[in-house]
Structure formats: C-alpha cells, structure tokens
Design a protein around this ligand. Structure first.
Ligand code: TZP
Ligand code: MG
Length: 212
C-alpha cells in the first residue's frame, strides 16, 4: 500500500501500561518502534492527570529519540504540558473544533473517533487530521463501543471522505491486508503488539504486511 502523504504513519501503536500485561511499557514502545511502528498514542484510562503526565513525559523521551509523534488520548492538559505531537478524542471528549481553536492545537495532530455515520458531516470531522474507524472489529480491549464497522462500514466511510482513515479494533496480522483493501490508510493496534511475546517482531511483521 502506498503511504498516505497527509498522514504518513501506516502503523499506529496505542499503548497503556495495563495492556502490556506486566511488561515494561516503555520497553514495549521502544521495541515496537524498532520493529516499524510509525506513531504512538498513550491511552491511560485509569490514571490521574499527574500519573498520565509522568508516563507521557517518560514515553516522550523514547518517541523523541526516534522522531516518532506521540499522541495523547483524551487529555488536552497532558498533551500541552508534555509538549506532545497531538491528541486523539472520541465522540464524548473535547470537540476537535474547540481544540483546533486553541493556540497549542493549531498545528498539532487531532484524531477523531467515528462511531456514527453522521459524524462525517460535522465540523469536528472537517478540522481533524485523521478519523478513527472505531472499532473496525469488536475487541476485548475496549468494550464500550457503539458500532462495529466491519469491512463494509469501513468501505462505506472510505467512499464518503478523503480524510486519512485509521482502523482500530482487533486489527492483527491476519486481517491487515483485508482492512487495507477496504480503505484504511493506517492500522492501529493495542494487543497485536502490546500483548505479543516479541513486540519488535510483531511490529515488523505487521509493518511488512501493510507495506507489501
Ligand atoms: N478504540 C476502539 S477499539 C480500541 C480502541 C482504543 C482498542 C483496540 O485494541 P485491540 O487490542 O487492538 O483490539
Ligand atoms: Mg476518548
């Protein structure tokens, strides 16, 4: 697949300490970058703002070393305080249009999860840099989801927008090619890398599958 020049990050790791199942999440992140991950999102659902900021600063030392963008899930204060490359928000979080109007986010990456088709018509979609197809397949990693888009839903969204599409939800080596064929520009994974015995190898194999 050719890399999308407006979002040149075909393999996206979404990481939390918990999803690394006892492994050091900073080591998992570094190994995944060595294997070919292009962009990382820190998604800490249970952390206080202080803990989240601490983890973000630690992770940013690694992403900066490899010149990889670090995206923060939901927390705009953490994004700003840690000087991160962008933020990912869902339907119930700070609105992309509001974030975009803030000085810090003028030239930062804003990702927006699509859970309903009518979100494609609102200005939040317009101002976002990429859309999360969330989830493309149901997953144990996130249970509070609305629409399982499937390959047909992804294709439908592909036909309705030119925005870069990031597929997330049970994405793995065996369904990667089909998800790309259905229109995704980027594959985002949690367990396929965080839960792998060898995160570097898992990232390497996924990346090869995406780029082939
Ligand atoms: N948003 C939609 S599904 C999901 C998120 C954060 C979790 C994806 O996890 P996994 O383990 O790659 O299925
Ligand atoms: Mg959210």
């Amino acid at each position: 697949m050719p890399v999308n020049s407006s979002f040149p990050y075909p393999l996206y790791l979404v990481i939390s300490e918990k999803d690394c199942l006892g492994k050091d999440f900073l080591k998992v992140a570094e190994k995944s970058i060595l294997g070919g991950v292009d962009i990382i999102q820190l998604r800490e659902k249970d952390a206080s703002t202080g803990e989240f900021l601490y983890k973000a600063l630690k992770l940013k030392e690694i992403t900066d070393k490899y010149n990889i963008p670090l995206i923060i899930n939901d927390h705009s204060e953490v994004t700003v305080e840690a000087g991160c490359a962008g933020i990912h928000v869902g339907n119930h979080d700070a609105a992309p249009s509001v974030l975009r109007s803030q000085q810090y986010f003028k030239d930062k990456i804003i990702g927006y999860s699509i859970e309903y088709l009518n979100q494609l018509e609102n200005e939040n979609t317009e101002v976002s840099d990429y859309l999360g197809i969330s989830p493309v397949f149901s997953t144990d990693t996130k249970k509070d989801t609305i629409t399982e888009w499937g390959l047909d839903g992804l294709s439908r969204i592909r036909s309705l927008t030119t925005k870069p599409l990031v597929a997330i939800g049970n994405v793995n080596f065996s369904n990667a090619a089909a998800i790309i064929k259905a229109g995704a520009d980027t594959l985002a994974v949690v367990s396929a890398i965080c839960g792998a015995e060898n995160p570097e190898k898992a990232a390497y194999e996924l990346k090869n599958e995406i780029l082939k």
